[in-house]
Design a protein around this ligand. Structure first.
Ligand SMILES: [Zn+2]
Length: 236
């Protein structure tokens, strides 16, 4: 993903070929600020939901091809790993320790999320993230933090089962990911601001159109508000 110097979304990064090697040193991750790991989990949290939307609509993945069973399976494993090991991985990172849980979450954040999104496809979480970058107030928040709000909004937009929605909010709260707009710098956003976010999320060619059926800015605006309301209700 390419941002402008100011932190607004510019375009998706599509390279002609993938790197030969992606090398991650778990010791480095364990000794880095915890916010990096948590933000990575926020990004990886979206992977399965977005891939699943693409699977349901038969939308193309990020390489312009139909996703494989393997890609969808890896995306699901990414989600399951976060749910099983995310909290313990964060604790390990706080203690600067490489634990099996941290190792598995590193694998989920990088390999599973990477393969899952590229070969499975994106839908609304990243598109809504991209919309948020239109508002300078959100620029000091990181990619995965805004993707977490994008994911919660996507769950509302696509009317996921309430127990699944609950599970995802619980997870975000347990590891300290944003769950309401105030958490990404938007304590009191106007309708016009949120409409700008929704409109950008629905720009022609955006991945949100991989969701089955028509997605309108009005529906996205309502979903963002619903996600924020649930987040604020939980914090109250
Ligand atoms: Zn991402």
């Amino acid at each position: 993903m390419i941002y402008t110097r100011d932190g607004a979304f510019e375009r998706y990064l599509l390279l002609p070929r993938n790197p030969d090697v992606v090398l991650v040193d778990s010791e480095v991750v364990a000794n880095a600020p915890v916010r990096f790991l948590v933000s990575g989990m926020g990004d990886a949290l979206s992977t399965w939901f977005e891939a699943e939307d693409c699977r349901m609509s038969q939308a193309k993945n990020m390489t312009g091809r139909t996703g494989t069973m393997t890609a969808y399976g890896l995306a699901r494993l990414c989600f399951d790993t976060l749910m099983a090991d995310g909290v313990a991985a964060k604790k390990a990172c706080e203690g600067k320790t490489v634990s099996p849980e941290l190792e598995r979450v590193i694998e989920a954040n990088t390999l599973l999320s990477g393969l899952g999104f590229e070969s499975g496809g994106l839908s609304g979480a990243h598109a809504i993230h991209n919309g948020f970058t239109a508002l300078p107030e959100t620029h000091k928040f990181w990619h995965g933090e805004k993707v977490a709000i994008g994911t919660l909004s996507l769950l509302m937009l696509t009317k996921r089962p309430t127990d699944m929605i609950s599970k995802v909010y619980d997870f975000c709260q347990a590891i300290g990911l944003p769950i309401c707009l105030a958490d990404i710098g938007l304590a009191d956003p106007s309708d016009a601001q949120l409409m700008a976010v929704a409109a950008q999320a629905c720009a022609p060619g955006e991945t949100i159109h991989n969701i089955k059926g028509d997605v309108t800015p009005q529906a996205v605006l309502a979903a963002i508000k619903a996600a924020d309301a649930e987040g604020r209700r939980r914090k109250a």
